[in-house]
Write a protein that binds this ligand. Structure first.
Ligand SMILES: C[S@@+](CC[C@H](N)C(=O)[O-])C[C@H]1O[C@@H](n2cnc3c(N)ncnc32)[C@H](O)[C@@H]1O
Length: 458
């Protein structure tokens, strides 16, 4: 327990030597000084470090590590020079096997603590890691722009701030995405297209979004504060001349001052608002607004795990809730009688319908709207299996109640946030047993983990 009097001796700038006794869910080291908790990035359990206090709150402090006095055998030198400044990666100082161990333990602990899943050690089947190279895996990148002094810059937000660390080399983004971002930054400086400065509300270029498919084709989206941009035609021509692999360029206008990156208006500047990707032999058309999993190889393993957990039978009627462009439903459609997909983003549903056609799938129907609302229109369908893959905030409670009331036999829950998965499992646990859990490492070097859980009606 924290002793408040110890707060008095923990002052910003003071230095302490302490041992890392745990890691929190963000992968930050947990240290104790006089019973007071201190968090510091770049630590491994068992290491002893010299800490300098940076911030003191009522019941914890934050520190930076000045020197590691006792090093773990699991420590590696991060390949990225910007690892300590940039908020993108949390675990780049750990061997990959240690990253996987951390994620599995953190996932299990969260299911036990929040989900009250006391059987987690029995039902958890471990974590699926990557096969080889973990670098450059992201197929979608979002790069903020700003202005520092007289120069437009692009980069990444420093952890938990909106202060931009200029992009040098990012090892989780495709190299071509890094290059395109720097190229656009140079064009912005050449043509006087100022980066947006949030606290002054000046400048125009807010973000660059880049999407890459498995065929090394790219979609580039310039997000700006207004439609009036200097020399836009020249910018588009220069990007496509230099990068013929860029198949589509869009301009999205976000006039509002908000953390939501995309605004409501989009103009196509080059090509079409589409990129075609492939998963498990199926083709998927994506628009700039459609969700698509960001790590191609790990997504295939995730979808195969869903199929394995569900152990479908040919007569099953399946609900693919939160279906995006229909990728889970389409990849499992051949194993079942019928699939219904529900998705709230209209452009994604348009993609999903076309994707069914492109792949010659006739037993799938897509519905636009919120799962918790559209589900009442499907009350005459007796679903055997429900696959849910909600956003980070998890499922709406009313939808959980519908699953329970409709006596669904099997639920396969896919989640990118184990805390909300655990919360929803707890809501279901009077009626369902958790039979299997597996984690998938979708985001190497970050503390996040993807989870799949199979729940069966009691
Ligand atoms: C984590 S993604 C999963 C998409 C898809 N299953 C896949 O694997 O690519 C979650 C999806 O749910 C959608 N969504 C968010 N809230 C929703 C809601 N209340 N009802 C329906 N869809 C929703 C998002 O637009 C997004 O496409």
């Amino acid at each position: 327990m924290n002793d408040n009097s110890s707060k008095l001796i923990l002052e910003v700038g003071k230095k302490y030597t302490a041992e890392c006794v745990d890691l929190n869910h963000d992968g930050m080291g947990v240290f104790k000084v006089n019973g007071f908790t201190i968090f510091a990035l770049n630590s491994i359990i068992g290491e002893v470090a010299l800490l300098e206090i940076e911030k003191v709150n009522s019941n914890y402090a934050q520190a930076k590590i000045l020197e590691i006095k006792k090093k773990s055998k699991d420590r590696v030198t991060p390949i990225c020079k910007q690892f300590l400044e940039c908020g993108g990666c949390d675990l780049m100082h750990m061997k990959y096997s240690k990253q996987l161990e951390f994620k599995e333990n953190m996932g299990k602990e969260t299911l036990r603590r929040i989900g009250d899943l006391q059987t987690v050690d029995k039902v958890c089947e471990g974590i699926i890691g990557t096969d080889n190279d973990n670098y450059h895996y992201r197929n979608k990148v979002q790069i903020p722009f700003s202005k520092i002094g007289k120069k437009t810059v692009c980069g990444f937000y420093k952890k938990k701030t909106h202060f931009i660390i200029p992009l040098e080399e990012c090892y989780i983004q495709p190299q071509t995405c890094n290059e395109i971002a720097k190229f656009v930054k140079n064009l912005a400086n050449e043509y006087g297209i100022d980066g947006y400065v949030e606290n002054q509300k000046t400048g125009i270029l807010k973000h660059l979004l880049i999407r890459k498919n498995s065929f090394n084709e790219y979609m580039v989206i310039l997000v700006t504060r207004s439609e009036k941009i200097n020399c836009l035609d020249e910018v588009v021509k220069k990007i496509t001349n230099r990068y013929p692999e860029v198949k589509s360029i869009l301009l999205n206008i976000q006039e509002k001052d908000t953390n939501v990156i995309l605004g409501s208006k989009t103009v196509v500047l080059y090509g079409k608002d589409e990129l075609i990707d492939e998963l498990l032999g199926y083709k998927f058309k994506l628009s700039h607004r459609s969700f698509f999993q960001i790590n191609h190889n790990q997504t295939e393993k995730l979808y195969l795990t869903v199929k394995e957990f569900a152990s479908f039978n040919k007569n099953d009627i399946v609900l693919d809730a939160y279906c995006g462009v229909g990728s889970i439903g389409i990849t499992l459609s051949q194993s079942v009688k019928k699939v219904c997909g529900i998705e709230v983003v209209p452009e994604a549903v348009e993609n999903a319908k076309e994707n069914a056609k492109i792949n010659g799938i006739n037993n799938i129907t897509f519905y636009t709207g919120k799962v918790e609302e559209v589900i009442s229109d499907l009350k005459d369908i007796n679903f055997d299996v429900v696959v849910v893959d909600p956003p980070r905030k998890g499922c709406d409670q009313s939808f959980i109640k519908t699953i329970i009331d409709n006596n669904i036999k099997k639920v396969v829950y896919v989640s990118c946030n184990v805390a909300t998965l655990a919360r929803d499992i707890k809501l279901l646990c009077d009626y369902y047993n958790v039979k299997r859990v597996k984690f998938v490492d979708m985001f190497p070097f970050s503390a996040d983990v993807e989870s799949v859980a199979l729940l069966e009606r009691k």
